[in-house]
Design a protein around this ligand. Structure first.
Ligand code: ADP
Ligand code: MG
Length: 474
């Protein structure tokens, strides 16, 4: 296949000029991030890294990813309500992984007390790469599904305009007009607004639970803005604030500083470093409350890598989604090979295979946020060390996806303009709202394309590896 922007990539001067326009367009559109030096102030901000050119995405795979999103929403929701499945699936993991164990303990504790929450809001992002088969035909393969703090829905709502401008500057107006509109921030906000409405108190607020370090605040502000535009009040608080000022009344309504909270939208709480003892207590308070948590702790657990691996076992999807054979088939078609490292013959065998041929696999611990997976020689060394120890059950193995690289320019503040061989990861945002047993909203809410240089095996935009991109359907 000829490269998408081959003619453009040959013209260095045109590229340089377009890059200048691109950066200003990004600033103008609000594709922004705070700086590493001043992560908690907006006096100095910069553009979030992005590609100069939109990247080619096969349109059939793009449509396939959208078409399966409502199925994934149903699946995540079903897993979150299935106490036995979560208990059984995570049994080996929580023996060796303290973080997952603590989350799990809170999950059990709130179930024992009885849930006060009756409205449920899920915002997830299912991520895929385009695997190149032996014959070169690309296939859509899921990398993971993020059920907590799935980010960049805000900023990516603003990258289409930037890439449209770049294409026009490069004399490609027709191509610019083919870029698809995309507005996840609105879709996410509609979900939050629906949950807020069903909670049923006009004076209650939506609380964004945010990190201590807030470089990516503008991404969140995009969603906040959509809520303010609907006259829904938004407050931003950290776990620390909840510990100090949060309380429950007799009906377990959640109050912050005397203000009732209808929805808690977590943009925090997904990695161990987010928690000290006080923050764990704050998390428990939130989970016990009647407020709509996005996600509740069960839904966070449904997004673990261990759950992903167990879902790929024959028969599991059928059990979780009875009577939905077509949804099951659509979901299964996106699965790459996933393997349990639980103690026993099955785990011994796959560990030996991976040690012998590490480049076929990725070794994944139960962590989020990028930069945690192991590849190649490092995978082999670690697995060799833990192959006979229960420690291995804190990981899963996954087939390595091998996409076809394409050339692009990754624009980053203070970095020289140079061409890179790149691969992309497509994410689809899913939003759903359930009231009791009734699904009242189930949608795909937009997409996110992230692109990185092939030298990096791992890592997202926040980790400083991938950059924002826009799909150009081919
Ligand atoms: P995290 O929760 O840290 O985001 P991911 O499963 O998304 O974990 O992995 C992080 C990154 O590692 C992905 O964005 C992707 O670039 C790379 N990666 C993960 N799984 C695979 C795989 N099976 N094949 C190739 N690359 C992968
Ligand atoms: Mg990821």
């Amino acid at each position: 296949m000829a490269e998408l922007w081959e003619d453009v990539l040959r013209d260095k001067l045109a590229i340089q000029e377009a890059a200048l326009v691109a950066v200003d367009a990004a600033l103008l559109e609000g594709v922004l991030m705070r700086t590493e030096r001043e992560p908690n102030a907006s006096d100095v901000v910069n553009y979030a890294p992005f590609t100069l050119l939109p990247s080619a995405v096969p349109s059939a795979l793009f449509e396939q990813a959208y078409a399966v999103q409502q199925d994934f929403n149903l699946l995540v929701d079903a897993v979150s309500q299935n106490k036995e499945f979560l208990e059984h699936t995570l049994a080996s993991t929580i023996k060796v992984d303290d973080f997952t164990a603590r989350l799990f303990r809170i999950h059990m504790q709130v179930l024992e007390e009885g849930l006060a929450q009756s409205v449920f809001l899920g915002i997830n992002r299912s991520d895929y790469m385009f695997d190149c088969g032996v014959d070169g035909t690309p296939a859509l393969k899921q990398i993971e599904i993020n059920t907590i703090a799935a980010s960049f829905g805000g900023l990516t709502s603003r990258t289409v305009a930037v890439h449209g401008r770049v294409l026009k500057v490069l004399g490609k107006s027709k191509e610019a007009s083919r870029l698809l509109p995309n507005n996840p921030s609105k879709g996410l906000a509609l979900g939050i607004a629906k949950a807020w409405e069903l909670y049923g108190s006009q004076t209650a607020v939506v609380m964004f639970l945010v990190e201590e370090v807030q470089r990516n605040i503008f991404d969140q502000r995009c969603v906040e803005n959509e809520l303010w535009n609907r006259n829904i009040r938004v407050i931003r608080k950290r776990f620390r604030d909840v510990f100090e000022k949060g309380s429950l009344d007799d009906a377990r309504r959640l109050y912050m500083d005397g203000q009732e909270v209808a929805v808690v939208y977590y943009r925090e709480g997904y990695v161990p470093k987010n928690y000290d003892q006080q923050n764990w207590e704050a998390r428990l308070l939130l989970e016990r409350s009647r407020a709509v948590k996005c996600p509740d702790i069960a839904t966070q657990l449904a997004g673990t890598k261990k759950v992903q691996q167990e879902l790929s076992r024959p028969g599991t999807l059928e059990r979780l989604l009875p009577g939905r054979a077509e949804a099951v088939a659509r979901i299964r078609a996106t699965f790459a090979g996933l393997y349990s490292l639980d103690m026993g013959e099955e785990g011994d065998k796959i560990a030996a295979t991976a040690i012998a041929d590490p480049d076929r696999f990725v070794l994944k611990p139960q962590r989020e946020g990028g930069g945690n997976n192991l590849y190649g020689e490092e995978l082999r060394q670690v697995l060799e060390k833990i192959r006979d120890s229960p420690e291995r059950t804190s990981y899963i193995l996954m087939d390595k996806i091998k996409p076809q690289p394409a050339r692009n320019y990754l624009l980053r503040a203070h970095s020289p303009l140079q061409v890179s061989e790149c691969i992309s990861e497509l994410g689809i945002f899913g939003v759903y709202v359930r009231q009791g047993t009734e699904m009242v909203m189930n949608k795909a809410a937009g997409h996110l394309l992230r692109t990185k240089a092939i030298e990096h095996a791992d890592g997202g935009v926040a980790a400083g590896v991938a950059v924002l991109d826009t799909p150009y359907l081919v």
